[in-house]
Design a protein around this ligand. Structure first.
Ligand code: SF4
Length: 337
């Protein structure tokens, strides 16, 4: 690990003033950044520890939603009674991720910013455009079990690893940030990027910007929802495919659909045209299949991950069925209902 200096500000303004130069990083829970530093994927010259900033509250918003401070730990968020009762999809996604110890340390803002778990990204002996722009992508033609089937580019086929972000994508959250040019809010769908020809940029954050909060809108989807995560073992594993599904039902007919996929792309994936195919229909396997086919029409495997396409199709069907029947996937007993 390289030598670095360390600052521990107590206000957002002080934290922002500490960020000058590309090799300065904000440190919160450190559950990903410290690993990256150990592997020398990240070599910051300075760490700005933001754990003393006043960003640990969950507050009601005027619009009837909740604003979650960036330093709220994942475990506190998952078990907060307001989240459990009003946004159980988010609670379920959080509990599907990592381990209890990691969820105690990991923060809301950090979860948004965690890096891909592509094996090559963590191995500095290999070519990786995300770690070292212009060096190539050793995953293409290599080990691709965890890699993307949607939205990949010739420069990067990595996936985003978060569970929490899949639920936030389905819930149409907003990300609040502050930076040298002031404060702004970013729609969640615009926060993470596809790789294109700049895979080194995971998000649309500008240089020096700090995530300060995540805002949930008033719409809750607290009855017809599920978070279904399929992985190589039942805990402490990243998703091969995950589905966050939320429906609003009226008189036995689907009135609104939210469907986000994890483990399949460089960002939590949504396709609003595919979701619209289910609106106005009674729940049925045929109707779900139409949505899945549209959502996966552009899916392409890399060989070792070709299995993800039929797996995602079946997961979408199962998740929509669980949501329609108000029978959400248990995160305690992970056997699929
Ligand atoms: Fe790097 Fe992306 Fe290729 Fe993985 S898939 S080696 S992260 S460029």
């Amino acid at each position: 690990m390289n030598r670095f200096s360390y600052a521990r500000p107590t206000t957002v303004a002080e934290a922002l003033s500490e960020i000058r130069g590309e090799a300065v990083r904000f440190l919160a829970g450190g559950t990903n950044l410290v690993d990256l530093m150990r592997e020398e994927v990240e070599r910051p010259v300075k760490l700005v520890d933001i754990n003393r900033l006043p960003l640990r509250e969950i507050e009601e918003t005027e619009g009837g939603g909740l604003k979650i401070g960036a330093l709220v730990p994942n475990s506190d968020l998952a078990w907060d009674t307001r989240i459990e009762s009003r946004y159980p999809l988010l609670s379920a996604a959080l509990l599907a991720g990592a381990s209890p110890q990691l969820r105690n340390a990991a923060t809301t803002g950090g979860n948004l910013l965690q890096r891909t778990r592509c094996y090559y990204f963590y191995d500095v002996a290999t070519a990786c455009n995300k770690r070292d722009p212009g060096s190539g992508c050793q995953a293409i033609g290599g080990l691709t079990r965890l890699h993307a089937i949607l939205g990949a580019s010739e420069h990067c086929i990595a996936t985003h690893p978060s569970d929490m972000c899949v639920a936030l994508q389905a819930l149409d959250a907003r990300v609040h940030v502050e930076g040298p040019e002031g404060a702004r809010a970013i729609a969640f769908r615009d926060f993470h990027r596809l790789p294109g020809d700049r895979p080194q940029d995971d998000t649309t954050l500008r240089p020096g910007e700090l995530v300060t909060a995540v805002e949930l809108p008033a719409e809750r989807f607290d009855t017809h929802y599920t978070y279904l995560k399929l992985r190589d073992r039942q805990s402490y594993a990243f998703a091969l495919v995950s589905v966050a599904a939320a429906l609003r039902m009226e008189d036995g007919v689907v009135a609104e659909v939210r469907l986000a996929l994890g483990g399949v792309a460089h960002k939590p994936w949504r396709n609003r045209e595919a979701e619209a195919l289910l609106v106005g229909k009674a729940p049925s396997a045929a109707a779900y299949a139409g949505v899945a086919d549209a959502l996966l029409a552009e899916a392409r495997g890399q060989g070792a991950n070709d299995f993800k396409i039929p797996l995602a199709r079946r997961a979408i069907l199962r998740a929509l069925d669980q949501a329609a029947n108000a029978n959400p996937q248990s995160q305690i007993d992970k056997r699929i209902a």
